[in-house]
Design a protein around this ligand. Structure first.
Ligand SMILES: Cc1cc2nc3c(=O)[nH]c(=O)nc-3n(C[C@H](O)[C@H](O)[C@H](O)COP(=O)(O)OP(=O)(O)OC[C@H]3O[C@@H](n4cnc5c(N)ncnc54)[C@H](O)[C@@H]3O)c2cc1C
Length: 477
């Protein structure tokens, strides 16, 4: 008989959270802590969504999306998780760039970027201050027609090198491009500039373990290997989820699954306004990624001067399409020293190379071509790394690649989207509760609500709305 992953789950809950990405887990935690009966359902065998890791023989652990986030994570984790988690967030001080236009090292904050823009790139300090203030002042209600490209043209016309310095890390952090609304850039860039780039010391496995413990202590019922197939409505309001051959009743649902999948598949077109459905269909997904994971043999080391996060590119200038091309010119290397997991007895060094990628370059390859293309990705990435760490090929114990298909496989995100949807997804996500009573979405959307901090903060916003709904209603299910 197949194992019953829902064993012990109740027949009804106040809230069902579909998906255990950072937004889903944060919503579940806040709602559990508020005293609601919460069921967290995850289709994968691990919690965390894209905040995940994997192990390989030889004592190697690889992190998928632990490369850097803004300082705001400290506050969000302290308030909505616990101090134990927040206190493990530490700064990455050694951010490097190398491309045909410039090579430099920075702490990636406003003070250091101001210095670089004035001294190295020759900009008047008033222009630089005004640029930072304009980016900082941007908010959701601003003009959404100005693009990031136009913002740069206003302050630094004709300076493709400056655009590269300012844009390349943000494209890496949330997939946004020069063509996206400038507010998506301004908000995320300013978040980083406030105090630099941070990381969780202990590794993603340690973080998710501590989050799981906190969820359990707040009474959240957690079930893995439980894909939700369908959502039932009664009189325009959510009534139940279908999962593992069972129908579990609920007063509210928070879906952390991909926005389009939530609306178009789990809810279904027939239950919603035509206009809303059309807007959901028109939402563009963000791009996907490829990664190459490399671990060093026992006893081999990387010098700390290699940096923490290293943005490299061989392209002569900065262009959006080059960042996504299968013909890779840009790679961001994350270096993981033993201090990433201080609790480990075996000292290990790992390097993860990440590049933004298009689903279409990988999805339709036949099996043989797919495997060959993956292997080519590994080999060319090691070649690229050799340029910075000569002899690294011989030090590598294990190397493998992930593609947009890998990200799709583990999270069910359509087209392997790494950063949810483009800007218009935010409006559709926010409107969902008006379309269907008790139905909410929390997860990477609209560029702004993506990445570790964006996802956690969106989980907070949505859980407050769910809490208000549940507490304002007297009648139980
Ligand atoms: C390669 C890569 C590198 C990244 N690097 C960084 C970085 O350095 N810094 C940063 O801040 N961000 C980074 N990100 C982005 C960041 O990881 C994500 O934005 C964030 O983790 C997404 O969280 P989420 O809550 O939106 O949900 P997700 O992590 O997308 O999780 C959604 C969850 O829902 C589950 N699910 C889907 N369908 C169902 C269903 N039907 N039933 C049950 N469960 C379901 C999935 O299995 C998954 O667990 C990176 C992403 C990628 C891919």
């Amino acid at each position: 008989m197949p194992r019953d992953f829902l064993k012990g789950a109740q027949d009804e809950y106040d809230v069902v959270v579909i998906g255990s990405g950072l937004a889903g887990m944060t919503s579940a935690n806040i709602l559990g802590r508020a005293g609601h009966r919460v069921l967290l359902l995850e289709q994968h065998y691990k919690l965390g969504g894209l905040a995940t890791w994997f192990l390989r023989p030889g004592g190697h652990t690889f992190d998928i999306s632990l490369h850097g986030f803004p300082h705001g994570m400290v506050k969000s984790c302290r308030r909505y998780w616990n101090r134990d988690i927040a206190d493990r967030i530490v700064q990455l001080k050694n951010i490097r760039f190398d491309n045909p236009q410039f090579s430099l090292t920075t702490t990636f904050d406003r003070e250091d970027f101001t210095r670089l823009l004035v001294e190295r790139f020759g900009q008047p300090s008033e222009t630089v201050q005004e640029f930072f203030d304009t980016a900082r002042g941007m908010n959701f209600y601003d003009d959404q027609t100005t693009t990031t490209g136009q913002l740069f043209d206003r302050f630094f016309p004709g300076r493709n090198d400056i655009v590269r310095l300012l844009m390349e890390p943000i494209t890496y952090a949330n997939g946004s491009t020069l063509e996206d609304p400038a507010i998506t850039y301004g908000i995320v860039f300013s978040n980083f500039m406030s105090k630099g780039v941070y990381i969780y010391e202990g590794g993603t496995d340690d973080l998710v373990k501590r989050m799981t413990r906190e969820l359990e202590s707040n009474g959240v019922d957690i079930r893995i290997n439980c894909p939700v197939e369908k959502i039932d409505l009664v009189d325009g309001r959510v009534s139940a989820v279908h999962v593992g051959g069972r129908k579990i009743r609920t007063r509210a649902i928070v879906s952390n699954a991909n926005l389009k999948t939530t609306v178009l598949k789990m809810l279904g077109e027939e239950k919603l306004d035509r206009d809303f459905i059309q807007r959901a269909k028109d939402v563009r997904l963000n791009n996907s990624s490829t990664q190459v994971y490399m671990a060093l043999k026992e006893g081999e080391e990387i010098d700390e001067s290699s940096g923490d996060l290293f943005f490299t590119s061989t392209a002569e200038d900065f262009r959006t399409e080059l960042l996504l091309s299968r013909d890779i010119t840009s790679r961001t290397f994350s270096f993981y020293y033993p201090r990433t997991r201080p609790w480990k007895t075996k000292e290990r060094y790992a390097i993860v190379s990440s590049t933004n990628a298009n689903w279409s370059d990988w999805a339709d390859l036949n099996e043989a071509d797919y495997l060959a293309s993956k292997q080519d990705l590994v080999e060319t990435t090691i070649d690229a790394l050799e340029r910075y760490i000569p002899g690294v090929r011989d030090k590598i114990d294990h190397a493998e690649a992930a593609t947009p298909k890998t990200f799709h496989h583990y999270t069910q995100h359509e087209m392997g989207a790494s950063f949810g949807t483009k800007f218009e997804g935010l409006g559709v996500s926010r409107e969902l509760p008006q379309q269907v009573g008790g139905m909410f979405h929390a997860g990477s959307v609209g560029i702004i609500m993506s990445g570790w901090l964006g996802a956690i903060n969106y989980g907070v916003i949505v859980s407050n709305e769910v809490d208000q709904l549940l507490t304002s209603e007297a009648s139980p299910v």
